[in-house]
Design a protein around this ligand. Structure first.
Ligand code: DC
Length: 230
């Protein structure tokens, strides 16, 4: 029965705007939201906190199976979700660059990906789901009703991240950010399991010179064309 529940997948590299757009589209449709990157980030921070090596695939997979995670609608507008790990709100910690780097490392382990598969599919509930990540349309929900591949140039993505961090009062270096984004792109697209790539049938959107509103309009038009009522 669950396969009649509509899923919209939004995949793409870090900083392409998928998180913001996915949350907005989910809000407009009244659909659930899966931030799959947060799952990998959670495994990363829980491993580091628990003294588990980011190279110990078996221990990381066991951790991924047993993590006590809750995704709740955000109580404040600066977030898309409130994310709890063993009842502790870790939403801000998850957004740190270090958490992203841990996530990218644990995400390259096949056993970790396998352990998170069931959790991700279990989030497909009525009235529907918007799922953002790297392999939502290729591996996790290959039968999704609408698939989007959202990208932007590495320079533009570094610039967006730079502005976000400066607005938060953090001191950052644009060149270092660009180098990190390129390193993460390389690792996410070159890994042997579920690499970042455009799913067959996905609509490609390059948001380098588009506004968020333009991107949303393009996605909503595609969703409509794929027969999901908006
Ligand atoms: O989207 P994000 O920046 O929160 O993702 C963090 C890391 O997790 C990213 O480097 C790649 C990995 N990831 C993944 O491999 N598969 C997903 N579906 C989502 C994220």
């Amino acid at each position: 029965m669950s396969d009649t529940v509509p899923v919209i997948t939004i995949d793409g590299p870090s900083g392409s705007g998928k998180g913001t757009i996915a949350a907005s589209i989910a809000g407009q449709l009244g659909f659930h939201l899966l931030d799959s990157g947060a799952l990998y980030r959670l495994v990363g921070i829980a491993a580091v906190a628990g003294g588990i090596s980011l190279d110990d695939e078996t221990a990381l997979a066991q951790l991924a199976e047993s993590l006590d995670i809750e995704f709740n609608p955000a109580k404040t507008p600066d977030r898309t979700l409130d994310i709890l790990l063993a009842s502790r709100d870790v939403s801000d910690e998850l957004r740190l660059e270090t958490s992203g780097m841990y996530a990218s490392r644990v995400a390259a382990k096949p056993a970790v990906r396998q352990a998170l598969l069931r959790r991700q599919r279990a989030m497909r509930k009525k009235p529907g789901l918007v799922a953002d990540g790297r392999d939502m349309g290729t591996v996790v929900f290959p039968d999704a009703q609408a698939k989007i591949f959202l990208t932007a140039s590495a320079e533009e993505r570094a610039e967006r991240r730079y502005k976000q961090l400066i607005n938060k009062g953090e001191s950052v270096n644009l060149r270092a950010l660009l180098a990190e984004i390129k390193a993460r792109d390389e690792r996410d697209s070159q890994r042997s399991v579920a690499p970042l790539k455009q799913a067959e049938g996905a609509l490609l959107i390059d948001s380098t010179s588009m506004t968020i509103k333009d991107v949303e309009a393009a996605i909503l038009a595609h969703i409509c064309a794929m027969g999901i009522s908006v």
